[in-house]
Each structure stands twice: as C-alpha cells, then as structure tokens.
Design a protein around this ligand. Structure first.
Ligand code: NAP
Length: 437
C-alpha cells in the first residue's frame, strides 16, 4: 500500500449528515493539510437533512448547499454506499486514518418502556419519519393508516412534524418531497382525530413557536386545546422568548371550534402513557392524568382510555452502538469527553451529545471536535484515502462518489411532480445503478 506524505492528517468521518459536514468544514478550513473522507452507508449524502427534516420544510434543507461547498474542497471526499461493519470494520479504518470521527447520528427510537409497545400499529418516530421521508431502511414499512384516530406521544418538534404531515392535504404537500408511497397512504387515510400527548404542561413543551404556529394554519384540520389546561392568563406577562410566543399561539388555538374543519388535532397536556392496548393490533392507549411538581410529571392516579389505531411515540432517539466503542446507556450516545472517545477516535453531533438541538447546533459542535483533533492528533504517515481505495478495489465495493451522487440528484429532480423539488428514490440498488450509469 502507498503511504501518504507524513505531513498530511488523514481523517475519516463516518456519517454524511450535518455533524459530519460541519466537522469536515472546520477540519479543512485552516492552514493544516488535512484530508477528510466522509463515509456513509447510504449512496446519498446529508443525513437528517434528507431523511429527518420534514418534507414540507424545504427551506431548512437549503443548508445542504453549504455542505456541497465543503465537498467541493479538493481535500474533502464523499464515499457513499460504504457501510461500517458490512464493508469495512472500525479497526480497519483506524489503521488507515490518523483520526476516525463517528458522526452516525441517533437513528433508533428510545423505548417507552410500557406494555403494548410491540403491538402492530405502534411505530416509533425514527421509522415513521424515515418512511415518509423515503429513507431506504423504511421503504417497506407499510403502516396501516386506515384508522380514525392517531396518538402521537411527545411534545417536541418531531411530534409536531409527524402530526402536521398526517394532517396536511395533498395540495398542502405539493411543494414537498414527501415519499410517493407515503403520499398515497396518508392522503387516502380516513384519519379524523390526531392527538398530540404531552406528559407535562404547555410551558414544559420543547416544541418551538414557528412549528406550533404552523398547526394553526392547516387547510383541512383544526387544532384544539382545552383552555383549562393553559396556565392562568395573569402569568403571560412574566413569560419571555419561546414560552411567550407558544402561549400566545395556544391561547389563539383555544378559541378554535371543533367543527370548523373535517379533521381535528388535539393538543393534550398532562397525560402520560401507561399502556398501549390491543390484542395483536393497537386499539387504544391508557393515559394517566399528571400534574407537574418541580418540573417533574407526577401521576394523579386518574386514568382514561384514548381510542387510537396508530400510535407514534416521538420521545427521542438513541445512537446505534458500535462493537468495542464505549456507549452510555443513560444518554443513548457514545461515552466521550468533549467528543474524544479514545486515542484517534472521536464522535460528534447526536452521537456525541444525544438527540438534542437543531441542525445549526452541529456547527459549533463540529468546530469544537475538529479543534480537538487538530490539537491532539499528528500526521503519522498512515495511508488514508489511498489505503481505503485499495480496500474498495480489493473487495469490489460499489461506492458512490459525490460526482455520482449528483447523477442520483439529477434523476430525482427530473422526475419530480410539478411544484415538488424532487421525487426521492428509495431503493439503494437503483440509486447505485443510476450513480454508475
Ligand atoms: P425532544 O424535543 O426532546 O422531545 C421529546 C418529547 O418526548 C418531550 O416532550 C418529552 O417529554 C417526551 N417524552 C420523553 N420520554 C417520554 C415518555 N416516556 N413518555 C411520554 N413522553 C416522553 O425530542 P424530539 O422531538 O425527538 O426532537 C429531537 C431534536 O430535534 C430536538 O432538539 C428538536 O428541537 C430537533 N428538531 C427540530 C426540528 C425543527 O427545528 N423544525 C424538527 C424536528 C426535530 P419531557 O419534556 O417531559 O421529557
């Protein structure tokens, strides 16, 4: 194998999402000669921008242009369709590169830990969002949406995304990149009631004002909240920031009439899930009323059953563990010290800090980890990309370069429905065929 000049720092980043790209940008933006390979198991770059951000939030997806600019740097490469564990091991990558950065996100659902969680019709947000966003892993999910009532558990932005995507009409989604298979299922569904269930109160919710406001502007769906669940109006003057804006929106929502539109979206606070009910398929959810004491939800012992044919827990995510990499069960991410896992092994983004923060949070996070690597790791003459290319040839791996991803992108844009930005491909082998054409 060829060895690179000892002056080049070779870094492999696993995961081509925002955290990976911001780290690559920071690593390659200075005076040091750094070569970065951004490796992803999918043939497509941009991670959550493509498969996590809601399909009707296209403006957020524009940030991928910045990642594309990073990828245009001569010393940054995208290596798609190369899977850690399947095609190459972490030990092999650590042999090839001076530093390896795990930017693998948090792709697994946190469990609810209650009875009935495994029933058909209980679909965690990682799978459900992946399905409507055309993630190849979830293309065959086929959720049964022939239901009248849906329970969405959680009071974060993911819960609002899921409820909104279910509530919007085909015309409201016309400018989105909602997966074709999901559009057919969602827009033909007889859903009449969508319940967003928060275990604490309105002031404890983690959703943000813009996302809450969108729920009060739906064409076919009226959003409702019980005025009695909102704090006394005299409190409003003491609120600031997001809480103040959210409260103003909730007070406006509280004036909506249930029969104003055919579909109803119910914001229900102070309800925690006790059990999901059903024989083989879900038919409802048992909830306990709660009150909040010192920020914590406490059960009152009063329970009720909410009928629901689909339950979507949106209660946060976990990073998938990797053999031999220390993992924090408590936080659902890798054990690390400011991004450092061990000598030459780092993590960034949700794999480092758990599933919190917006896309933009990854910028300072990536810069911090890049700085740590630049301070702690010296070039050691490892083979870097030459060594990886050797393994790719030897194993006859069909990787997708950034240039070839652009062919996939062009295909998706050319086949988009009128008004839509793209029609996403969902099949990896078809993507690879187009990339290699
Ligand atoms: P999140 O904001 O942490 O919300 C999780 C929700 O689940 C919380 O309301 C939490 O309640 C609740 N929860 C947790 N465990 C529960 C349980 N056992 N039973 C009932 N409820 C439970 O997480 P997320 O919505 O998954 O979002 C992840 C991150 O992505 C967030 O930082 C979010 O802002 C970001 N994001 C942003 C956008 C956007 O900017 N448009 C869109 C999507 C996601 P407690 O608060 O009581 O724990």
């Amino acid at each position: 194998m060829a060895t690179n000049g000892a002056g080049i720092l070779n870094v492999a980043i696993i995961g081509a999402g925002p955290a990976g790209y911001y780290t690559a940008e920071a690593l390659t933006g200075g005076a040091r000669e750094v070569h970065v390979d951004i490796i992803d198991r999918l043939p497509t770059p941009f991670g959550l921008i493509r498969a996590g951000v809601a399909p009707d939030h296209q403006s957020i997806k524009n940030v991928s242009r910045r990642y594309e600019a990073t990828n245009k740097r001569e010393n940054v490469r995208f290596v798609g369709n190369l899977s850690l564990g399947r095609d190459i091991t972490l030990a092999e990558l650590r042999e090839l590169y001076d530093a390896v950065v795990l930017a693998t996100g948090a792709g697994k659902d946190r469990p609810l830990g209650i009875d009935g969680e495994k029933l058909t019709g209980v679909i965690g947000s990682a799978s459900f969002v992946g399905w409507y966003n055309a993630h190849p892993d979830y293309k065959d999910l086929k959720p049964d949406l022939r239901v009248a009532s849906v329970a969405v558990i959680g009071n974060g932005n993911v819960a609002l995304d899921v409820a909104r995507v279910l509530a919007k009409t085909a015309s409201e989604m016309a400018n989105s990149d909602l997966a074709d298979h999901a559009a057919g299922t969602i827009h033909g569904a007889p859903i009449r009631d969508i319940h967003i269930l928060g275990r604490r109160g309105p002031l404890d919710a983690s959703f943000t004002p813009k996302e809450l406001g969108e729920l009060n502007q739906l064409e076919n769906c009226v959003t409702l909240v019980d005025r009695a669940q909102l704090p006394d109006e005299s409190l409003d003057a003491s609120l600031s920031g997001a809480a103040k804006k959210n409260m103003a929106t909730l007070r406006a929502i509280a004036t909506n009439k249930p029969d104003a539109k055919p579909v109803r979206l119910h914001l229900q606070f102070y309800r925690r899930p006790m059990a999901i009910l059903g024989d083989s398929c879900v038919c409802g959810i048992r909830l306990e009323e709660t009150r909040v004491e010192n920020g914590t939800c406490v059960g009152t012992g009063v329970t009720e059953v909410l009928p629901a044919g689909l339950v979507v827990p949106c209660i946060g995510y976990r990073t998938s563990p990797i053999p031999d990499v220390p993992y924090s069960e408590r936080y659902g991410c890798f054990e690390n010290d400011g991004g450092r896992i061990s000598n030459g092994l780092y993590c960034v983004g949700w794999a480092k800090r758990g599933p919190t923060g917006t896309i933009g949070t990854n910028k300072p996070d990536g810069a911090e980890v890049a700085e740590k690597i630049l301070q702690e790791v010296s070039p050691s003459g490892k083979t870097g990309r030459d060594g990886l290319d050797h393994i790719i040839r030897e194993r006859d791996l069909h990787i997708v370069t950034f240039q070839n991803w652009k062919k996939i992108e062009a295909n998706e844009e050319a086949s988009a429905h009128s008004g839509a930005p793209r029609k996403k491909l969902v099949d990896v082998s078809e993507m690879v065929r187009i990339a290699e054409s």
